[in-house]
Ligand binder design. Sequence first.
Ligand SMILES: Cc1cc2nc3c(=O)[nH]c(=O)nc-3n(C[C@H](O)[C@H](O)[C@H](O)COP(=O)(O)OP(=O)(O)OC[C@H]3O[C@@H](n4cnc5c(N)ncnc54)[C@H](O)[C@@H]3O)c2cc1C
Length: 373
Amino acid sequence: MDDNDIRKSVCIIGSGLSGLTCGMRLARAGFNVTVVEELASPGGLLAYTRIGREYLELTPHHLRKSDRSLLALIKEMGVEDKLSWFDSTWQGRASHRKVGYFDGGFSCLISSLAQEIIDHGGRICFSTTVAEISKLGSGAYRTVCVLPNSTRFVIDSTYVIFTGSCRTFINVSHGLPIAMDDRDTMMNVTYSAKISAFMVLKRENSQMFYQQMTKGADMPFDRIINHTSAFGQRGYGGSVVYLVGSCQVTDPLWIESDADIMLKFFAAYRKLYRSIRKSDVKSWRITKIRYAQTEHYPGIDLTNPCENLYVCSTGLAKFNTAETPENRMELAVMLAGKICSEIVAKEARSEAEAESATEVISLTREQAEISRS
Ligand SMILES: Cc1cc2nc3c(=O)[nH]c(=O)nc-3n(C[C@H](O)[C@H](O)[C@H](O)COP(=O)(O)OP(=O)(O)OC[C@H]3O[C@@H](n4cnc5c(N)ncnc54)[C@H](O)[C@@H]3O)c2cc1C
């Protein structure tokens, strides 16, 4: 790759909401965009699967009316007409809330963002893990990628945006000139893991609550989300129920097989709903999320730890505080927008500088020619 190809290029690590939003923004702004994703499909925490005639997220997601940046993005991507608002009943405080969900699930937003990147000449490399990011003598970044068959290849770019967890960033950025204090602060960002199960039940689930809390030492999950109680049965072929539990990766449950975890989750669910039998479960799926929720946030802004390199991770900022949005997807879209605006402005400045330098050079040449003649 020569210098011209590297100019105005960005390597984005992760194809979740943050990575795809950044990719779409920068591809539209004329950048040469490459997104690298270790999974086989896009979406990150918003990954989805086919259930009956529908797509369904592996973990429960909904929109809130307060998600202003996210709603603006949805409009911009032309999928606003697929979004509807539903009444939902939550157990505990603030029990009646409007929640937003798409016809066809969040897949419509994720696929339209991915398509926009491709339509603007970008590419998305799936099943590709970023193992290392280093800086070249020219000031460009080199991202080392590994394919499932262990083949390695590199992507050289002016900018890098990392959207995974702070822990993963630290692991892939050993050779970068990041201040020791910043590196330590990022190391101290801690996460809790989550195990999410969804079940499609043959029987109509008559639960009135959309979200129910199930605190108790003997419960392997702490939240039940009755997806269909708010969004309807659609083409799922039954009622969809999510069971979500927080845990640490050192907990014995984390390393158990999906089948054993499902047995434990279902046994606990039956303690609450005795009428549901094993034979009522049409299908189920377990999803383990290693870096699901930040427990300890950094007190400083670490989104730009070294020049032209950005960490666009919701793990860096607390959500649902007086200053930050209530929902994490909103935070992700806001952060992606801020970082992309910075990159576009920076690039515009360096293009203007390069242009004025060219003008100076041609002026000097003209003067030299005049004085020669
Ligand atoms: C159970 C659960 C329920 C939630 N519900 C809601 C909700 O209802 N509303 C809401 O607003 N938010 C919700 N959230 C939060 C929301 O899902 C996230 O804020 C949002 O999806 C984050 O997107 P992201 O792109 O920043 O990160 P991610 O989705 O985590 O994307 C990061 C991507 O980077 C990839 N990656 C990481 N490391 C590498 C590497 N080395 N090489 C290549 N690829 C790599 C990962 O595979 C992943 O695809 C929920 C989260 C969880 C866990």
